[in-house]
Design a protein around this ligand. Structure first.
Ligand code: NAP
Length: 291
């Protein structure tokens, strides 16, 4: 691959940054760290209206302040949030627990719009199916409600998260077409979620990868990652992010550290990986033959 990596792509008519900043687990630091990410240059923000793990109102405050200060324009920002089922939430709910699923989705979405003081989200994601195998009726109802939001123009693109291949295929049937995004935890030991990524590539779905570093700490020290890092003058973390981008993933980082945030975005400027390096990295977690 010799062409420069795209910092933005066009997906179904919408401009999408190819590296997302994730806002989970930041609590009181959420506003400051979201502001920091925008200052450093991230233009896509991932969150969820799930107070248990995210503080979406604080993310929204940082975004509004950055827009107000002229750091970014709303049109240049990509805002993604999620609907989280009752059992993924604590008592701080963004909807009426007794309401039906379509009402819960509508209430959660409206609350997200208010957090960001915006009238649309760039992407809206079903946080996860309510069961491990297949989709339940409440998942199908949530997906149909997401589709309504998209048809109203308030949610531009749709996604599903924490899905296996069967669930993704079923979601595509409910939506009438494959979603724009899948957001999954990406383990090198599964060929970096190969079956799901293969489906995504074949169906024009963009794969968003989280936990690329934390789920693969064993991979960072392998001979192949270290060799590539040394050739590029980069860190092992940067090699993983660069690999993810080159194979078409959208990586997420939730770094709290400004230097790491800059290092993460600097992977766009690294030398391309060679075909051999790409092949070795593609299989690095599956066996010890490379490392
Ligand atoms: N859909 C879901 O269910 C789901 C689940 C989990 C996460 N997510 C999303 O994905 C986002 C990212 O989460 P994550 O699980 O990938 O983990 P993360 O919160 O991004 O943690 C990444 C770890 O990597 C470190 N790191 C980042 N850049 C680095 C660098 N250049 N050098 C060294 N260390 C570096 C960070 O440490 P420092 O802070 O010190 O840099 C941090 O400890 C979340 O915020 C959330 O938006 C979604």
């Amino acid at each position: 691959m010799t062409e420069p990596l795209d910092r933005r792509i066009t997906l179904r008519g919408f401009s999408v940054p190819t590296f997302f900043y994730g806002t989970a687990w930041k609590e009181k630091e959420t506003e400051r760290l979201t502001a920091q990410a925008l200052e450093v240059g991230f233009r896509a923000i991932d969150t969820a209206n799930q107070r248990k793990h995210y503080f979406e109102a604080a993310v929204g405050k940082a975004v509004q302040a950055a827009i107000g200060a002229g750091v970014v324009e709303r049109s240049g920002l990509f805002l993604q949030s999620k609907f989280t089922h009752r059992r993924g939430q604590d008592q701080r709910l963004p909807y009426d627990a007794k309401a039906d699923i379509p009402t819960q989705v509508a209430q959660s979405f409206q609350s997200s719009l208010e957090h960001f003081a915006t009238d649309y989200l760039d992407s809206y994601v079903l946080h996860g199916p309510s069961q491990q195998k297949g989709l339940a009726e409440e998942d199908r109802a949530a997906l149909r409600a997401l589709l309504e939001l998209q048809q109203s123009g308030k949610a531009r693109l749709l996604g599903v998260s924490n899905v296996n291949l069967g669930q993704l295929q079923e979601a595509a049937r409910v939506l009438g077409a494959p979603p724009a995004f899948v957001q999954n935890r990406c383990f090198a030991s599964t060929g970096w979620d190969r079956p799901v990524r293969d489906y995504c590539r074949e169906h024009g779905v963009r794969y968003q990868a989280f936990s690329l570093l934390t789920a693969n700490s064993d991979v960072l020290g392998t001979e192949v990652v270290q060799r590539v890092a040394s050739r590029l003058g980069a860190s092992a973390s940067q090699v993983v992010f660069r690999f993810a981008l080159e194979v078409g993933m959208i990586p997420l980082t939730g770094t709290s550290n400004a230097d790491h945030a800059r290092a993460d975005l600097a992977v766009f400027d690294l030398e391309p990986l060679s075909p051999d390096e790409l092949e070795q990295l593609a299989h690095v977690g599956e066996s010890s033959r490379w490392g």
